[in-house]
Write a protein that binds this ligand. Structure first.
Ligand code: HEM
Length: 516
């Protein structure tokens, strides 16, 4: 096996989603706490070879499929998670892994042994290095964020704006001028980033109105961050891992107390000094979102549906301006409490199930997303995890005290009635996978165990994947001395921002963003 440090990375393309500075060298020493580390330091890296991982990645990529008409149920959809959470998940990943230190600083430290910034839920992907250092992201008042051109298509959002972009000459793509370039990777995450800019502006205006004077930038930023952190813990996390796991890691939620009385229960992720990102999270468990990507999306009631990527026509691929009639209607992505009809062009689109199948467009990523081979996202994930020396899924499960899933139940393919009968077993692809599954595959296969023969049964992450994701998210927030958990554990979102049920979820945050 290649050692983690010796292996060549799959891709080191700059500024793209997935670039992991220093993750190639995630030391096993129990003393090391750089930017990337390990949760299960004593477990050896699983042994594979590139050929069998390539074969598994191919088997995990679905065949091309004509889009299901909107008037018909699509069995690959997950009734438990709506499509917006996929891209909110991608946005959160970028927030955690973005480092606003200059690339020059980083080039001087290719292995990230110096931790310029620790991973925090601080929206530096939105704020960059702040109004003094990056004034071109801000209005002249140094308080409001700059927005881009108006967008149409959603009559419910007359103030819709895209991201600010440069105006290059000729046919050059108009790049987004934002804190983290990766948040323009596709048209959906791009509009989520634009909505976050608007939420910041809304917060500035709201505080000014409430207090009768403009807030300081720091005050507005802190309130934006705390409301976002609240949504990550109270909405995103339970949606992805289920309330049982959230309550086990955050008993203060279950008991309605504060973390001062009921501290987080972190059994496997225990950063001693400052937060770091374990590779079990970044190279495996948190890549669950790749299997939730749909092949096609409706952005609003009027524009045609578009594939996420296409090699032959228009798509939602990003890193440049897109047609202005694609203004997103978030009611088609999140539950705003006024559930539209179940089928047809005005319903909430569900995410695809977290299972061991990725949609076909992710088998041939555009050059703008992955400039080096392989273009298959499944193959990239599997090879990346192996080269980083990740332990097998079964080894991690056993270490966490869960019964590993037996070989006979580890299958490859879609979790739906039509396809389940044709799915191969993992060990049919290679006997080397016997009791030795790649961790990323295992996390998805574990979620797939919840498929009970009914296409409508909701699915979220299972015990291993769910616990890794929950512990890292909670652990990072608890390690951040600026987070609301540390600074003000009794913080509550503004009354005025909550839904009629008193909740403050991502839909409520976006509802506020639409005001700006
Ligand atoms: C259309 C949507 C997406 C595309 C095209 C995409 C593409 C990619 C690519 C090309 C990589 C680098 C692979 C490698 O070479 O190792 C990557 C890494 C990664 N992706 Fe995605 N991704 C998408 C959505 C998501 C979502 C929804 C999530 C989670 C909810 C996610 C989480 C990650 C993580 C954790 C990494 C590891 C590196 C990092 O932290 O940035 N991705 N993705």
């Amino acid at each position: 096996m290649l050692t983690a440090a010796a292996a060549a990375p799959v891709s080191r393309s700059s500024g793209r989603h997935g670039e992991v500075r220093g993750a190639r060298l995630a030391p096993r020493s129990s003393l090391f706490e750089g930017r990337f580390g390990r949760m299960f330091r004593t477990l050896p890296g699983a042994e594979f070879d590139e050929a069998i991982l390539t074969a598994l990645g191919a088997a995990m990529t679905a065949d091309p499929d004509p889009p299901t008409p909107e008037t018909q149920a699509d069995p690959e959809e997950n009734t438990g998670i709506s499509a917006g959470y996929t891209y909110f998940g991608q946005f959160i990943d970028h927030d955690l892994t973005f480092d606003p230190a200059s690339s020059l600083q980083r080039e001087n430290d290719p292995d990230a042994l110096v931790d310029y910034r620790t991973p925090r839920f601080d929206l530096d992907s939105v704020y960059g290095r702040g109004p003094s250092d990056q004034p071109y992201l801000y209005r002249d008042d140094g308080l409001h964020m700059l927005l881009g051109d108006p967008l149409t298509g959603n009559a419910g959002d007359p103030k819709a704006r895209g991201l600010p972009r440069n105006r290059p000459e000729g046919a050059e793509p108009a790049r987004a001028l934002i804190g983290d370039p990766r948040n323009d990777e596709n048209v959906i995450v791009s509009q989520l980033q634009a909505s976050m800019l608007r939420f910041h502006n809304r917060m500035v205006d709201y505080l000014a109105q409430k207090d009768g004077a403009s807030p300081s930038f720091d005050e507005a930023q802190r309130m934006v961050r705390w409301h976002y952190q609240w949504v990550v813990l109270h909405d995103f996390l339970p949606t992805i891992v289920g309330w049982d796991t959230v309550n086990a890691v955050l008993p203060s939620f279950a008991h309605h107390t504060s973390i001062l009385r009921d501290p987080p229960q972190l059994k496997f992720f225990k950063p001693q000094k400052e937060g770091f990102i374990p590779i079990e999270f970044s190279a495996a468990a948190y890549r669950f979102g790749h299997s939730m990507v749909r092949p096609i999306y409706r952005l609003n009631a009027t524009a045609d549906r578009l594939p996420i990527f296409s090699t032959s026509g228009p798509s939602l691929a990003g890193f440049g301006a897109f047609p202005s009639n694609l203004g997103i209607d978030w009611r088609l992505f999140f539950d705003f409490g006024n559930r539209p009809p179940k089928l047809g062009p005005t319903r909430i689109q569900p995410a695809y199930k977290p299972d061991t199948s990725l949609v076909n467009p992710l088998g041939s990523l555009p050059h703008s997303v992955a400039s080096d081979p392989p273009p298959s996202l499944a193959q990239r994930n599997l090879i990346r995890g192996w080269r980083m020396g990740l332990p097998s899924g079964q080894a991690v499960a056993a270490q966490m005290g869960f019964d590993p899933i037996p070989d006979g139940k580890l299958i490859v393919g879609k979790a739906d009635v039509e396809d389940a009968g044709d799915n191969k077993k993992l060990t049919d692809i290679s006997p080397l996978f016997s009791e030795n599954a790649p961790l990323w595959y295992y996390v998805l296969a574990e979620a797939q165990q919840q498929f009970d023969g009914n296409d409508a049964t909701p699915i979220h992450l299972g015990p291993v994947g769910g616990r890794i994701v929950a512990e890292v998210i909670v652990g990072l927030m608890a390690a951040d001395t600026h987070s609301y958990l540390r600074q003000n554990p009794n913080f509550q979102p503004f009354e005025d921002f909550r839904s009629s049920s008193g909740n403050f979820a991502i839909a409520d945050l976006l509802r506020q963003a639409l005001e700006a």
